[in-house]
Design a protein around this ligand. Structure first.
Ligand code: OOG
Ligand code: MG
Length: 254
């Protein structure tokens, strides 16, 4: 049987040392529910070191991501203040193993989410929306994992960059999404790829946090999941994500 604390220490140390590990499921089979317990224990370790939870991220909300990673279940994990990078800033890649970037949409909540919401209700719980990029960095060798592995690894969460907040949610239904590297388009998609409409990410988030007997405080971030496949990060490059009608966000790497 899997030892939850031990497994949490393995993924946490891998992140701290930027050193890949074998998939946990290669040694011990465990369930998705156990994977979320490992995730929770690994976040507790971060919190004990002084990190603060600032919101959650959803994963595999688009077909492009499911196909790229071979996993087709919706997953979720935590994001902390230590993961937040400045819009327009410089990201040092030395703290990552094999980082990738994804263009996303990020929501800011304005009320505590403590029950499952419908799509109609969801907007009332939101303060603003912003274009965003997520930096994912699987702690597993070769960026390969099972559903249980990736959940245990806090869904590869490593970094996020959030652009300027807007209060207009009306442009989100089919907004073009572009990821650019040094001015070249490397991924193109649409916000419609995110569960049909990114607001559904909020609906799913409300269901998922409820299932795990957690509530999401007002002022939390919800990363809706990538609209396109992820793209590898390299040092000395500029990365930009554009969400048409919502805005853009960028960072450079070193
Ligand atoms: C898992 C995280 C997926 C997304 O936006 O779909 C994710 C991974 O691909 O490593 O963040
Ligand atoms: Mg993501």
């Amino acid at each position: 049987m899997i030892n939850i604390e031990n497994a949490a220490r393995l993924v946490d140390d891998a992140a701290l040392n930027a050193k890949a590990i074998n998939q946990l499921t290669a040694v011990d089979a465990f369930s998705v529910a156990e994977a979320y317990r490992i995730q929770r224990a690994s976040i507790e370790r971060r919190v004990k070191r002084g990190e603060r939870r600032i919101g959650i991220k959803l994963g595999f909300t688009s077909r492009a991501k499911m196909i790229q990673m071979g996993v087709s279940d919706l997953i979720w994990g935590w994001v902390t203040d230590a993961m937040l990078e400045d819009d327009g800033g410089r990201v040092d890649l030395s703290r990552f193993i094999h980082p990738r970037v994804e263009p996303e949409v990020c929501f800011l909540t304005r009320k505590v989410i403590d029950r499952p919401l419908t799509a109609l209700e969801a907007k009332e719980y939101l303060e603003a929306v912003a274009p965003a990029m997520e930096i994912i960095d699987s702690r597993y060798q070769d960026f390969r994992f099972t559903l249980e592995d990736v959940v245990a690894d806090n869904c590869s969460s490593s970094g996020l960059v959030v652009g300027s907040w807007a209060r207009d949610f009306s442009r989100l239904d089919n907004a073009g999404v572009i990821l650019r590297t040094d001015g070249r388009d490397v991924q193109i998609g649409s916000t419609a790829a995110i569960l049909g409409h990114p607001i559904r990410a909020v609906v799913e988030a409300s269901r998922l946090v409820g299932d795990s007997e957690t509530t999401l405080p007002a002022g939390s971030l919800i990363m809706a999941g990538a609209a396109t496949a992820a793209h590898p990060l390299a040092a000395g490059c500029h990365f930009q994500a554009v969400v048409n009608g919502v805005g853009e966000v960028d960072f450079s790497t070193c």
